[in-house]
Design a protein around this ligand. Structure first.
Ligand code: ADP
Ligand code: MG
Length: 195
């Protein structure tokens, strides 16, 4: 079972990865949205990093709660409340379980509830859902992460800003799916989620 140190390592790594991919995430969002996903997420993870750097945690629930609250309050745009809901939902589940699969499944439920979206609507859920399924099956791999992200390309958006484009959203990768793929990558690299 992953330790709190591993979770911290993974999440701090995510806070570094996002700003490094800010332009790429903005570009993905320019094609089917308003071009701010990288900027939104960068603002959020920089605030998260400040919070983590000045706090110490002995319980996962407190770590996730701080991340969730920070993302909700600092990120404008749809992605802040969505990622925030994921971490707040993980914080609730962490009071009962520290199983990474159960925690990621709780994160997925938080996103679904907040965004009222289901798989196949070309959102971050299209990374979270198949990868949580893989976790349950004990089959999460790097390939599964990139495959889930790539699969958003041919989907037609029916939630979020990209849905305004209708059929013209087809052929573009979803920005929130990309940032979520980075999150899963970081969790795998730190050994929180096992390949
Ligand atoms: N209802 C929803 N459920 C799940 N994810 C969503 C939903 N609406 C949007 N998203 C995700 O949010 C991303 C856009 O985030 P962002 O650009 O930061 O916010 P905004 O759309 O407000 O500009 C999309 O790429 C998609 O993955
Ligand atoms: Mg946007």
């Amino acid at each position: 079972m992953a330790t709190i140190e591993q979770w911290l390592e993974a999440l701090l790594h995510f806070c570094e990865e996002i700003p490094q991919h800010k332009d790429q995430l903005n570009q993905l969002d320019s094609a089917i949205g308003d071009g701010d996903h990288g900027s939104n997420m960068t603002r959020g993870v920089q605030a998260v990093k400040d919070k983590l750097d000045t706090s110490s945690y002995s319980e996962l629930t407190d770590l996730f709660k701080d991340i969730g609250m920070t993302l909700v309050s600092k990120v404008g745009g749809a992605s802040g409340p969505l990622y925030g809901s994921a971490f707040i939902s993980m914080a609730k589940t962490a009071t009962e379980s520290s199983d990474p699969t159960a925690l990621m499944a709780a994160g997925l439920e938080g996103i679904k509830k907040r965004g009222r979206a289901e798989p196949g609507e070309k959102t971050m859920i299209d990374v979270w859902q198949p990868l949580v399924d893989k976790l349950h099956a004990g089959q999460l791999t790097q390939e599964a992460v990139s495959e889930a992200f790539q699969n958003t390309k041919e989907m037609k958006a029916s939630k979020g800003r990209a849905s305004y484009l209708g059929d013209r959203s087809i052929g573009h990768l979803d920005p929130g799916a990309q940032s979520s793929a980075y999150l899963f990558d970081c969790l795998m690299k730190a050994g929180v989620l096992n390949e």
